[in-house]
Write a protein that binds this ligand. Structure first.
Ligand code: 13P
Length: 261
């Protein structure tokens, strides 16, 4: 059973006091939620303080990036060990904003995934096509290239050690969400690809959808069989909207049921 997971990617937002305030409100609003994982990814500067604020809560932490080297003369970079040390379980890798603004490639994604796994972190690997690629009918080849190269030579001991996030670039921060069936089509494709690349057990790797996820569309997205959760940007910066997304309902039911526990 794939336990649903909702991840809030705060991107470059929140000072430490702002992060504390948001976490304080969130903790109150989601404390009763069971059967789904709740992860937040504040900026590096707030990780350590937020990790202390999360002690005893049902939320865990992710970083938004890492560097593949262990230590040394790499000014401005952060290693897997440092991220683990800041209290994180997860790390987001290959977000389209990093590919777009910081020249990340499938090869750097691959090095980062390996460093994260070796360092005891669970990578959340982002893939997704641009609008031009979708319109040219290249969605599947783009995803195939990103995953094949990004996961080259990656070995998993468990399907829980990796999470994939499908984030169509045209849906990020635009208010234009993929329809549930558009997302489902790509998620099913990704699941098949993961089995080919990593073996049958990889069919249980969780695949999240990201791109303008909001309280208004989460329920519909989560009814799709291959959507295991969401990677939420803008709507994760407000406690009430993120809490509603965490409390998604499937067919009118809060799906936090015992079979996920
Ligand atoms: P938005 O939810 O703001 O569209 O951002 C999605 C995203 O990039 C999450 O990583």
């Amino acid at each position: 059973m794939r336990k649903p997971i909702i991840v809030g990617n705060w991107k470059m937002n929140c000072t430490i006091p702002e992060a504390f305030e948001l976490v304080k409100r969130l903790k109150m609003m989601v404390s009763e939620v069971k059967g789904r994982e709740i992860v937040i990814a504040p900026p590096f500067t707030a990780l350590s303080s937020v990790s202390h604020a999360l002690i005893g809560s049902n939320m865990t932490l992710a970083a938004q990036n890492l560097f593949w080297e262990g230590k040394g003369a790499f000014t401005g970079e952060i290693s897997a060990e440092m991220i683990l040390d800041s209290g994180c379980d997860y790390v987001i890798i290959g977000h389209s904003e990093r590919r777009q603004f910081f020249a990340e490639t499938d090869d750097s994604v691959n090095r980062k995934v390996k460093a994260a796994l070796a360092g005891g972190l669970i990578p959340i690997v982002c893939v997704g096509e641009t609008l031009a690629e979708r319109e040219a009918g290249e969605t599947f080849p783009v995803i195939e290239r990103q995953l094949t190269n990004g996961l080259n030579d990656v070995r998993l001991s468990s399907s829980e050690d990796l999470v994939i996030a499908y984030e169509p670039v045209w849906a990020i921060g635009t208010g234009r969400t993929a329809t549930p069936s558009q997302a489902q089509e790509v998620h099913a494709y990704i699941r098949g690809l993961l089995k080919n690349l990593l073996g049958e057990a990889a069919g249980d790797i969780r695949v999240l959808y990201g791109g303008s996820v909001k309280p208004e569309n989460i329920d519909e997205l989560m009814t799709e069989p291959d959507i295991d959760g969401a990677l939420v940007g803008g709507a994760s910066l407000k406690a009430d909207s993120f809490a509603r997304i965490v409390r998604f309902k499937v067919h009118g039911m809060a799906k936090d049921t015992e079979h996920y526990l």
